[in-house]
Write a protein that binds this ligand. Structure first.
Ligand SMILES: Cc1cc2nc3c(=O)[nH]c(=O)nc-3n(C[C@H](O)[C@H](O)[C@H](O)COP(=O)(O)OP(=O)(O)OC[C@H]3O[C@@H](n4cnc5c(N)ncnc54)[C@H](O)[C@@H]3O)c2cc1C
Length: 373
């Protein structure tokens, strides 16, 4: 017993929103999985997630969607405004909702509970990731393990020495997140307003009625809570009626980056790539990482040498496009030179005038386009 080696298929390091779901999805596929996290409790997270149609189906398939006790709010319409173009851009999909808004914390608690019940989650474990190598046996809580594959899902840890370095786009940005009650129904409409100093998103919040919304304002400029409140009141009093804010505004750092290919590990979620929250797609892209991984297990043996490189080939293009697009659009709005203004005007006009472009945009936002399969 003393020298026993516990043989597993997967080790997942990090049981955040993506690592925990990766472990649960692979366990459902009958793989022997161990997931570890350095923290015992889930991190304090007051954010909401705009879950796109593809991710909702994924959660339904895992049997998780039915577990929410707060009421997810459907997004039926998206309104985009800026300070360059006179008319707003409207995105409406008649066939199905474009997304659903849920609480990060609730999802995280549901999945972690399932993993604890399955006895595949160990917390308070802080391994030195830079020294883990596949060939080595790993000691975790005095037991010796061997794993066929190691997945790193520790969030936006750009300081990892392992493998190739990250490409870091811009830093110094923060997202300010809060909630408000309003007199009028939000009509299941999500808003994105590109302001001079950063984008402001307002989304329906999970709630028993349609009179609560959440906001996300991202900027690299200093701004007081009072200034954020007055900006939202100015923009939303007409549509939402009188507004009463929750006291606290939560602040989250924004670190857009992309990790390069690593032959030893599979990176998922924010460890692989983190994008500006303007698109509300970071976690949705993490779900696509899990879907790609699950599909690969049906096509390749876990010890196949090309497994990791095929995974990165399938996930890199979309990651680069999202990272590039979200970072560029922010840059263009924050630096309104004649050339960037003209590009924004042309793009905006194209989306207003051409239905097929709007449909591609909607499909992409819903996670319905797979660039490489
Ligand atoms: C304001 C804001 C709003 C957002 N809104 C949306 C949205 O509407 N839709 C959307 O799709 N995305 C959204 N995102 C992005 C989304 O929140 C992230 O992509 C997602 O939370 C990333 O999950 P993750 O599991 O990769 O990382 P995390 O949730 O950060 O989890 C990392 C986990 O790893 C653990 N860990 C860290 N280091 C170690 C270690 N050395 N060993 C073991 N464990 C470790 C941590 O304890 C943690 O549990 C938003 C982001 C922001 C900032």
């Amino acid at each position: 017993m003393k020298n026993k080696i516990f043989k597993y298929d997967f080790l997942i390091v990090g049981a955040g929103l993506i690592g925990a779901l990766t472990a649960f999805a692979l366990h459902k596929k009958n793989y022997k999985v161990l997931v570890i996290d350095k923290n015992n409790d889930i991190l304090k997270d007051e954010r909401t997630l705009a879950v796109n149609a593809n991710s909702k189906e994924f959660l339904e398939h895992l049997g998780i969607w039915a577990n929410f006790s707060s009421k997810p709010q459907i997004i039926k319409k998206i309104v985009i405004k800026d300070n360059i173009n006179p008319t707003p851009l409207l995105f409406i999909n008649k066939n199905e909702p474009m997304g659903n808004v849920i609480f990060n914390r609730e999802l995280h608690e549901i999945v972690r509970k399932k993993l604890l019940n399955l006895k595949v989650l160990k917390t308070n474990i802080d391994l030195d990731i830079d020294h883990i190598r596949l060939s080595k046996k790993l000691k975790i809580n005095k037991k010796t393990y061997s794993f066929k594959k190691i997945i790193i899902s520790i969030g936006k840890n750009i300081n990892l020495k392992t493998g190739q370095k990250s490409l870091i786009f811009d830093s110094g940005y923060y997202s300010h997140v809060g909630f408000f009650i309003h007199k009028n129904d939000h009509k299941n409409t999500a808003y994105e307003i590109f302001k001079k100093d950063g984008p402001l998103a307002v989304l329906p919040s999970p709630y028993f009625n349609k009179k609560k919304s959440t906001f996300i304002y991202s900027s690299n400029k200093k701004i007081s809570n009072a200034e954020i409140h007055s900006m939202i009141k100015k923009d939303f009093r007409l549509s939402h009626g009188s507004i009463v804010f929750d006291k606290t505004i939560y602040k989250y750092p924004v670190i857009p980056h992309l990790k390069k290919y690593d032959k030893n590990f599979i990176y998922t979620g924010d460890t692989l790539r983190s994008i500006h929250p303007v698109a509300g797609q970071g976690w949705n892209l993490g779900i696509k990482d899990i879907q790609t991984l699950c599909k690969l297990t049906e096509q390749y043996q876990l010890d196949d040498k090309s497994f990791n490189s095929v995974y990165y080939a399938r996930r890199m293009i979309e990651s680069i496009i999202y990272l590039g697009f979200t970072s560029l659009i922010n840059y263009a709005y924050e630096n309104p030179q004649p050339i960037s203004k003209s590009i924004l005007k042309v793009g905006y006009k194209g989306l207003i005038n051409f239905k097929f472009l709007r449909e591609i945009f909607i499909k992409q936002a819903m996670g319905r386009i797979n660039l490489i399969d």
